[in-house]
Unconditional design. Sequence first.
Length: 744
Amino acid sequence: MDQRLIIVSNRLPYKVYIDDQGKLKAERSAGGLASALGPLHDQDASLWVGWNDHSAIPLLPNHKRHDAKTIHEANDLLRSHRCIPIELTTREAKGYYDGFSNSTIWPLFHDFPHFAHFEEDTWKTYVAVNRHFCDAIADIYQPGDIIWIQDYHLMLLPDMLRCLFPSATIGFFLHIPFPDYEEFRKLPWRSEILSGLLGADLIGFHTYDYVRHFLTSCHRVLGREDHFGSFLINDRTSQADVFPLGIDYQRFARQVRSTSAKKMIRTFRREHSSLKGKVMLSVERLDYSKGIPDRLLAFEAFLKAYPEWIEKVTLVLITVPSRENVTSYHALKRSIDELVGRINGELSTVDWQPIDYYYRSIPFESLCTIYRASDVMLVTPLRDGMNLVSKEYLAAHDGTSGVLILSEMAGSVHELSDALIVNPFDQHAIVEAIHKALTMPKDEQIRRNETMQKRLKRYTSDKWAHQFLHALSQVKESQQHLGTARIDAAKQTSIAQAFRNAHRKVLLLDYDGTLMPFSKDPRSVVPDKKLITLLKRLSEQNDTTVVILSGRDKQTLGTWLGDLSIDMVAEHGVWFWDKIKHVWILGEPMDASWKKRIRPIVEDYVDRTPGSSMEEKDYSLVWHYRTCIRDLADRRVCELKNDLSSVVDDLGLTIMDGNKVIEIKPASIEKGAAAHRWFRDKSYDFILVAGDDVTDESMFHAAPDNALTIKVGNHATYAHLSVENVEHMRKLLSSLVNDTTPSN
Ligand code: GDG
């Protein structure tokens, strides 16, 4: 990569420790993020900015805290690994990390609102620390750098950087879930968080659900509407998209194949399973989102429901210390300790105890050993952004048996559908899944794992990082085409000149809002005489094709414009007018059976929103709300989109937010695709494309580079040029036929 990459995350990817000789050393941390981005950071000139948490460096004997010299040395050491350490005071770390990040955002975003504290003080510290990060990046930033910010600790940073460097390339990835609007709206600083994120050019999430939640919140909180996940903000776009994080598959698969690992695996099994017994594993950071108590209770219920498994199965429970300064984690630790004690106390026999409990972090080699030596892995978080542990277990079982029981609340479930999927709140379901896992034939285990392993081998963490950066560069490239210039008198003359000089010309024109102004009653927007004359004169020019591309139904267009010698496209690209035979031709075979499901939903909105109406076209349904009270309409638009969002994907439909209309239509139908008939004809040396609303953006996007794309109105657009209104558009068209008289 030619450009310099600046990775930014809460922590740096190196752990500083003190070796046997008392010297400071740095080693790469284990864990998903460090291994996903490590190879990119290793490339020349890449930098990593993060908090250097001194409290994580072990203290020298007889020391209560690190002295300034040690801290200075640690920072130098990190800098030598191309890390930029950020210093935080104890108060800042408490407010920003323990406070706002882990006691407000983490619980709220994981559906634990009752654990979330909303405190002005910690919020202010969060803002201040994001500002420190911003300042540190500003010190090193060079034009052309790519900045990639990671996770929920730094959600304000994208916009802070955007204000300083308007044209910088900024990516953001959220590693935790984005909650649905009903949860998110509770956050007192919800607008600030969303605006902060929208400072990025590309915002990545693990799953489509999180993207959807984010888009809905942007609409409902900020009133911003997206176009296929992309927001137009001033003169740039901000795109939200899905990038499921993978793992370094071969690292796990290789590790368990080594001779030393095989020996360790045998020893582990000898120690942890009685004769013919099975080992079940549970390993993660100690966190309430991981559902550890519910899992223990389910295991207890299993042993009671299937007592034949007493002495035949052991649950190895490894919880890794995490966020020990946050109060809710203390209570959780206590309740897990008590539960393990009670279950072991009640069910243990002389030779066996059901749960082997460890509260510690373990080295990578041991983690792989334990993964491989376990017959069943229980991953039942109540909510988890992705969950890498579930993927790592499968990599450690490369080509072999082993059963994964996986919560449907983990992001990884979308990729690991051959696991035994459970609702983590349904104890009975977990009990039955454990039984099924323990009795599953080996060949079925291998078969199930194969499909999942195949995917994990391809979608590695490395691929994730490259895909994200590739998408970021694409967003940046598409922004280059966003600037629009108003067509003034000189430009109009040069366009007219180009038209006259060209050999073959095509004009692709939207109708409503481009050639005719809007009216309260869409049926009254009949073309006036001047427009008919203008279109007629244009179509009579030598070698000139005029095409009207409209969302309107074919009957209306045929009645209004059918006598002209022009091409027409109705319903955004469903029907094409044959101007010789005077018939409408279906562009491609289509199915309209979906209307049965959608019609009652739209009808319900018509009933509940006075002034609105439903229009039914051959292959789309439209909800019109131009004459409704604005506040009510805005609310209903959000509600309708929410209601539809869960069904449209399955039915292959898309929701189009037009000018005071919501249109539901097959996803494949859009004006951009329809316009290809003319765009692909390379003999046109003058191409003019004009439109006013969001449905026309796909035409601007698809138009060849030499096309003149013209937006009617002031909204942000992919078009290169713009005119103020319908009147100006008509003037421009008139100038092509030497008629500059006003059109109205
Ligand atoms: C957050 C999101 C999302 C754990 N204990 C030890 C150890 N680990 C390693 C695992 C794994 C990583 O830490 C944990 O990742 P998870 O994804 O399972 O969970 P979170 O820590 O909650 O991570 C999560 C993730 O970010 C990435 O986007 O998937 O949803 O919550 O790699 O192997 N590694 C070693 N010893 C341990 O004791 N060596």
